[in-house]
Design a protein around this ligand. Sequence first.
Ligand SMILES: [Ca+2]
Ligand SMILES: [Ca+2]
Length: 156
Amino acid sequence: MRKIRIVLSGLALVGLAGLVQPIAAQATAAPAASAALMADGFFYAAENPNGQGKYCRWLGNDGDWSNCSDPSGAVPGGMQNQASQMFNSGVPGGYDDVNVYYNKNYDGAYRCLAVGNHWDNLTLGWETFDHWGTNGQGYGKSINDDVASHKWVTSC
Ligand SMILES: [Ca+2]
Ligand SMILES: [Ca+2]
């Protein structure tokens, strides 16, 4: 478990490094390597920014984040209203984008995270629930510590 957390943190760093233009030697190799690492088919959510703290991962949909698991089993306390980092490591094609919802059972407002993308620090408040969804509950709010369910969709 500890090892995987470190990998997640490393990926977050790779993402940041890409923004600040890596040194020339890495410029061609790094993007391909990180893309391959990221496409493991899972959607990840971590308790704290940059993949820190506990985390859950899913291959499929989950209508109730109050229980979820990491590779070692059920995560105590689940992830509902706790996630501060999310990472779509889905395999491109078909249902590869992820909607995250304000309420359980894909209810209320939502936001979409496209395949291969990640939000590394939701505590900054930049990402809000920007789709009305079933009833608009949560619309406009920061998604930090406020996601309760998610499902895979074909497009954002
Ligand atoms: Ca669950
Ligand atoms: Ca959190």
